[in-house]
Design a protein around this ligand. Structure first.
Ligand SMILES: [Zn+2]
Ligand SMILES: [Zn+2]
Length: 430
């Protein structure tokens, strides 16, 4: 019997894993340049963290969460998104007592029991950033700037230009209920044209009907009342400031008055960064928004927050669509012929690694030169260091350049200095 990974769960193997590592490393550096601090929270939380945080009547909590009872009969869930857990951690660790504004950054896997398709897995990964503790519209613009900076770092110019930032305001507890009431009334009057899901949504979460892809519902929603006509002066001013600040960052955007998000907690700013090239159904690369009541709702201080998430699998799809994945830099490769040379070569391999070179050491010291060189070639080694019986007697090593087929003998004493010189000539290759 051969084992297979769980449906919707995927292995990441080389060279994709290399690109993945670069993505994480560079994203962290960029987040650091914006002044974010790293946080790592567990993938498992008490279910209530999500029902309270994300909302009971969201698709995520109702249909998609991996929820089960542990051995103590406590309900726990795999995190379907990062924000609720990060806020739980900020409150539990009393971060707001240290600093009133927290800028937190994390990368990790999320879990949703959805139908797997291209770019959508049941275990997926997100780059996630939250600014907790400020209502300033500068924070909204900064979160969006962080997302676009990371995307710009990894996408070529054409793909980056093909991204579209869509932005909307969802209002606040002052103005949103007026819109919600009118929308609910409108949906009641048009209920016969809605799908079964939307009939239910129109009672529990009417805003979500804007997300329905069914033709009948889309047609109904074309004439539905839009939140932008209901925004209170505070919300309108906030949105105007965010848009102004995006222009200061030189970030292009379009306003999308029907943009709502699948999470209950968003207020005011909500945004998505979409790409048309992966396929219409899963075009969102990054998304986020402001959540004014969430932190207090979860037991923290009555402060506001704003956050974003970038989907790593979708970004990977975009990057690798028609480009080669960058592989590891060239390796140096040690080839011992027989066991006598090993005691000379192992210390030298250690020394080279300490100097920052990438070094592999052949395991097959009993194999022929030909077979070990073949192996070095398969490993794409640039420089190969060979030591057989003759070289042991003469205390020297053969340096073979696999690219231009040059070969030279150097004494053990001069070996390290010779490699430094060679590597310097190759410039950035090592
Ligand atoms: Zn408002
Ligand atoms: Zn519908």
């Amino acid at each position: 019997m051969a084992f297979q990974a769980v449906r919707g769960f995927k292995d990441v193997i080389y060279p994709e894993s290399r690109l993945w590592d670069l993505l994480e490393e560079r994203s962290k550096e960029i987040a650091l340049s914006f002044g974010f601090e790293g946080i790592k929270t567990p993938v498992l939380e008490n279910t209530e963290v999500f029902t309270r945080g994300i909302g009971q009547h969201t698709d995520i909590v109702e249909k998609e969460m991996y929820t089960f009872l542990d051995k103590n009969n406590e309900s726990i869930s795999l995190r379907p998104e990062a924000t609720a857990g990060v806020i739980r951690a900020a409150i539990e660790n009393k971060l707001f007592a240290r600093k009133p504004v927290q800028k937190l950054f994390t990368i990790g896997q999320m879990f949703r029991h959805e139908r797997p398709q291209k770019g959508r897995l049941r275990q997926f990964h997100q780059i996630n950033a939250e600014v907790l503790g400020t209502a300033s519209p500068i924070a909204d613009a900064e979160i969006i700037a962080l997302a676009t900076t990371i995307l710009q770092e990894f996408l070529d110019e054409n793909k980056f230009k093909a991204l579209r930032l869509e932005i909307n305001s969802l209002g606040c507890p002052e103005c949103r209920p007026n819109h919600k009431a009118d929308l609910a009334l409108y949906l009641t009057n048009n209920v016969e044209n809605l799908c079964d899901d939307c009939k239910r949504r129109s009672e529990t979460n009417p805003l979500r009907v804007f997300d329905c892809k069914k033709e009948g519902c889309k047609k109904v929603m074309q004439r539905a009342p839009l939140i932008k006509h209901y925004l209170c002066p505070g919300c309108a001013e906030h949105l105007g400031s965010v848009l102004d600040f995006l222009e200061c960052y030189d970030i292009k955007f379009v306003q999308n008055p029907t943009l709502v998000r699948g999470l209950d907690y968003y207020t005011k700013t909500t945004f998505e960064i979409v790409s048309t090239s992966i396929g219409a159904a899963q075009s969102t690369i990054a998304a986020g928004g402001r959540y004014d009541g969430l932190i207090s709702q979860m037991g923290g201080p009555d402060v506001s927050g704003v956050g974003m998430a970038i989907g790593i699998e979708r970004l990977m799809l975009l990057i690798t669509q028609d480009e080669e994945i960058p592989e590891n830099k060239d390796f140096m490769f040690f080839v011992p012929l027989g066991s006598d040379s090993i005691e000379y070569l192992l210390p030298l391999s250690k020394k080279l690694r300490e100097e920052g070179y990438n070094v592999k050491f052949s395991f097959d010291f009993k194999a022929s030169l030909k077979s070990q060189l073949k192996n070095a070639d398969r490993e794409k080694a640039r420089l190969v260091f060979i030591m057989g019986e003759n070289e042991v007697n003469n205390k020297e090593i053969i340096i073979k350049d696999m690219l231009n087929h040059a070969q030279e003998n150097v004494s053990l004493d001069n070996f390290i200095q010779r490699i430094r010189d060679l590597a310097e000539n190759y410039n950035e290759e090592y």
